[in-house]
Design a protein around this ligand. Structure first.
Ligand code: SF4
Length: 468
């Protein structure tokens, strides 16, 4: 074992392990798994030890995908609980420093691939990889004085420990939910994902938590304190240029500097105008559908096509890379519980569709009046069925969204771009049938038109001299 020397360097970060080079796949979309870092008293850590619960690497068949969990116990004089997430999040970079090892996502969404290059090196045990990882962690984060790793490959045990880890993630997030942007003078920035998305720079504020879901404001604070020159850093809040969109001079300055001039304005609470960048690690993706003037949101586990016809993976490909992509936005789960969730765009009143599992998961964060008005894949899977659903439930986008934060009407509601002869004939037949006694419910059900669209056609028919 001592003779195996892995190639470890930041230059391997971002390396993809393609199918033809794959030795073993860990967790990911075809299995399950988790990663967890735990601040642990020094006397309860056996420094440098790697233990395994379940099959050793040599017992796993080439080409297989297995459930996988990893628990890192970390200790040190400066280590506090808030640093757990920061250390855990560093897995994404540090594990990827190993040539032949790919690490994606975070928490219960992790997905690792081990390449044949590691097999060729003679790797047969988990400790061949994770002992050097301990050394790497200590070199990169010198405040870690002791570290011990447990690798879990027994499927039942992974499930069991994943449940426990989820409870820890929930507790971390719950703490973050109680704090708001008004309560603090400092936000935190994070550029950890610049290896994958060079112009990406995240802002983590109490009301705009990280899109990867792995770093809360408290985590940012702990990291910036222990390593001010590291990837998480303080952004003194200063004055806001616009409290509704969440525009701050300090954030714009940070964005211009950290993106190398790629963009110079980044607003916290909007989808449309200078939105937050998306590096690719987002837990969920939002997508604008101009046909209904509303926003849809899908989570990573959503396997079908959204009403815009695109699966998560395609949208993620278009959105990632650290650019501001108007029309798509990566968002973390915790943001759905924020009172400032897309507040400039109408918040929940602008959301028209969500993948069912995601809606269920965040439903306590959704405003009560909007909960039944947001479709899922069970209600709509294309634009036509979505339009019918939104008309039926009287969704605010149909007649125009008035945003809660300042009671300003920000959208006009649906209008017809073109009034075809076909729709005119349908409306004439409808008017004749109802004898001019117009019922808006019948307009919606029989014609598939909103009240505003119906009136547009009536006015056109009046202009044609067909109706009085
Ligand atoms: S997604 Fe953003 S906040 Fe999360 S680790 Fe990457 S850069 Fe940091």
């Amino acid at each position: 074992m001592a003779d195996i020397k892995l190639d470890i360097s930041p230059m391997y970060e971002g390396e993809r392990i393609r199918k033809e080079d794959l030795w073993i796949e860990l967790a990911g979309p075809k299995a399950y798994g988790f990663e967890l870092s735990l601040a642990t008293p020094m006397d309860q850590i056996e420094d440098g030890k790697v233990s395994v619960v379940g099959p050793e690497l040599s017992e796993i068949k080439e080409g297989s995908t297995i459930p996988f969990g990893m628990v890192f116990k970390v200790g040190g004089e400066k280590i506090e609980k808030d640093l757990e997430s920061i250390i855990e999040r560093r897995n994404h970079a540090l594990l990827s420093y190993v040539s032949g090892l790919m690490h994606l996502n975070q928490r219960y969404d992790i997905w690792l691939r081990m390449g044949k290059v590691l097999q060729k090196k003679g790797v047969t045990k988990w400790e061949n990889i994770f002992k050097p990882i301990i050394d790497l962690y200590k070199a990169e984060m010198p405040f870690i004085e002791k570290m011990e790793i447990t690798i879990i490959t027994d499927p039942a045990k992974v499930k069991e420990e994943e449940e426990k880890a989820r409870a820890i993630y929930i507790a971390r997030d719950a703490r973050a939910k109680g704090l708001h942007d008004e309560d603090v003078d400092v936000f935190y920035g994070c550029t950890l994902c610049q290896a994958f998305a060079p112009t990406s720079a995240c802002v983590v504020s109490p009301d705009r938590p990280s899109l990867c879901g792995a770093i809360t404001w408290f985590d940012g604070r702990a990291a910036a304190k222990v390593d001010p020159e590291g990837p998480q850093f303080a952004i003194p809040k200063g004055e806001s240029a616009d409290l509704i969109t969440g525009e701050y001079a300090s954030i714009n300055e940070m964005a211009a500097k950290r993106s190398g001039g790629e963009y110079s304005i980044m607003k916290l609470y909007t989808f449309f105008d200078a939105p937050h960048t998306s590096c690719g690690c987002f837990e969920t993706i939002g997508f604008y559908m101009p046909e209904v003037d509303g926003i849809g949101i899908a989570d990573r586990d959503f396997k079908g096509s959204a009403p815009n016809g695109l699966p998560f993976s395609t949208m993620a490909g278009q959105t990632g890379g650290g650019k501001q992509v108007v029309g798509f936005l990566g968002m973390g789960i915790l943001y759905y519980f924020s009172p400032k969730f897309l507040q400039a765009d109408g918040g929940w009143r602008r959301v028209v569709w969500m993948s069912k599992a995601l809606k269920e998961r965040v439903k306590v964060g959704i405003s009560e009046d909007m909960l039944p008005k947001i479709a899922t894949e069970e209600d709509a899977n294309d634009i036509d069925s979505l339009k019918k659903f939104l008309l039926k439930v009287d969704h605010p986008v149909v007649n125009g969204v008035t945003r809660t934060v300042d009671s300003k009407k920000i959208t006009e509601g649906w209008t017809l771009e073109e009034i075809s002869d076909e729709i005119k004939e349908k409306v004439i037949a409808f008017v004749e049938k109802t004898g001019g006694d117009i019922d808006t419910e019948a307009v919606k059900a029989d014609l598939g038109l909103s009240e505003g669209q119906f009136m547009q056609v009536i006015e056109a028919l009046q202009a044609d001299g067909v109706l009085e």
